[in-house]
Design a binder for this molecule. Structure first.
Ligand code: GLN
Length: 191
């Protein structure tokens, strides 16, 4: 059996670090910028960055429609930070024209961790991992509402920060910046 073929949405943001982690785990990684790039992929990572900019680029590239269709068919995806915002069913404090895929039944509030704590690190206890995971939060979104079908895999100060619903996994933090590949490994193991 060959390596898992996984894409990294590469319109904007922290996609290179994700690709590096995935390659380190033995995956065959390709960057996704146009609808044709989705062909033959088993899953996709949507990175952190700026969700408003990514939303615009998703629409102008044609990926919003193409990826939305794949997601509605159960295409496995791991969205981190801005990537989680793009997957959410409801976005608070977004731009009025900001689009999201509604693939994950949560409400998120953008930049909810406040300006004083723009960025922080925390060790998270994650369901299925036997040692804490070092998470980096950068102007992170907060999940303010969880649908019934959404499983919480980790919390920070009681708030859900890592969730899963079917083939959709999402983190409000950046898991790609600390050299710990266990969440990417978890994602790859399920696709
Ligand atoms: N605040 C960003 C947004 O709304 C997300 C931050 C991040 O991805 N690190 O897109």
């Amino acid at each position: 059996m060959g390596a898992v073929r996984v894409g990294v949405l590469a319109l904007q943001g922290a996609f290179a670090a994700h690709a590096e982690v995935l390659e380190g785990l033995g995956a065959e990684v390709s960057e996704v910028r146009v609808p044709g790039d989705l062909a033959r992929l088993s899953g996709l990572v949507m990175p952190g960055g700026e969700s408003t900019t990514m939303s615009k680029l998703l629409v102008s590239s044609g990926l919003f429609v193409a990826l939305g269709k794949r997601l509605s068919q159960g295409f496995p995806v791991f969205g981190t930070c801005a990537g989680m915002i793009l997957l959410a069913a409801r976005v608070l404090d977004g731009r009025p024209d900001q689009q999201s895929f509604a693939a994950l039944d949560v409400t998120v509030r953008r930049n909810a961790y406040g300006r004083q704590v723009d960025s922080f690190e925390a060790d998270l206890s994650v369901t299925g991992l036997n040692a804490p995971f070092p998470a980096v939060f950068i102007r992170a979104p907060l999940i303010t509402e969880l649908g019934g079908g959404v499983q919480v895999l980790a919390r920070h100060e009681a708030q859900p920060v890592l969730v899963r619903q079917g083939s959709v996994m999402a983190a409000s933090f950046h898991p790609e910046l600390t050299g710990d590949g266990r969440l990417h490994e978890l994602f790859l193991s399920e696709i």
